[in-house]
Design a protein around this ligand. Sequence first.
Ligand code: UDP
Length: 194
Amino acid sequence: NVVTIMDIGFVNKTKEEFLRDCVKPRLENEEKCFIVTANPEIVMKAREDQAYKEVIQEADYVIPDGIGIVKAAGWMKQPLKERIAGFDLVVDLLQYANERGLSCYFLGAQAHVNEKAVAAVRKEYPNVTIAGNHHGFFDLDDLSIVEAVKESNADIVLVALGLPRQELWINQHYHHFHKGVFIGVGGTLDGLAG
Ligand code: UDP
C-alpha cells in the first residue's frame, strides 16, 4: 500500500481508507503517529536536503498532497489511488474528533491567526476539546513548547510551522510523546482562520 517516488514511500489509499485503516486505529489505541502531508514543495526540499529527506522517510505515513505527485506516480506506472489534501484530512479529523470528543492541540501560525483558527474550531466543532494552542514563532529546541504539548495530553497535534520546520519539530521531539497523531499541516490554520 505504498508507492515510492524519489525515495519517499507514499500511502496508496483513499482518504477514507487512510482514516479508517491508519489514523482512527491509532487514535482508538492511543498510539502516536507522525503524518507528513507531502506537497511538491516538500518533495523538492527532500530532494535537495538529505537530512530533511531522512526526516520524511522516518515518518509513519507520507500522504500525497499534490496532483503533481499523483501524476508522477502514474507516469512511473505505479498509480496512486488519489490525492489526499492535507486540509481535507484535517477537516475530516476535526469532524471525527467532534463525534468522539477527542482533544486537539494547535501549534503554529502567527498568534492572531492561531487564535482565530481555534475560535473557528470551537464554533464549528463544539465537542472538540481544545487541549491547548501556541503560535509558531519559537526556537525548535525550546523544550517548554514540547512540555506544554505533552502536558496537554492531546489526541491530535496540528503542527503548522511551515516546511521544513514543522517536520523537523515533530521528528526532533517525537520520542518525548507516548500518544498523539502529529501532522505537519502547513497553511491549514490560516485556512481554518478564514
Ligand atoms: N509559520 C510558523 N512559524 C514559522 C514559519 C511559518 O508558524 O517559523 C506558519 C505560518 O504563519 C503559516 C504556516 O506556518 O501559518 C505555513 O507557512 P507557509 O505558508 O510559509 O509555509 P509552507 O508553504 O512553506 O509550508
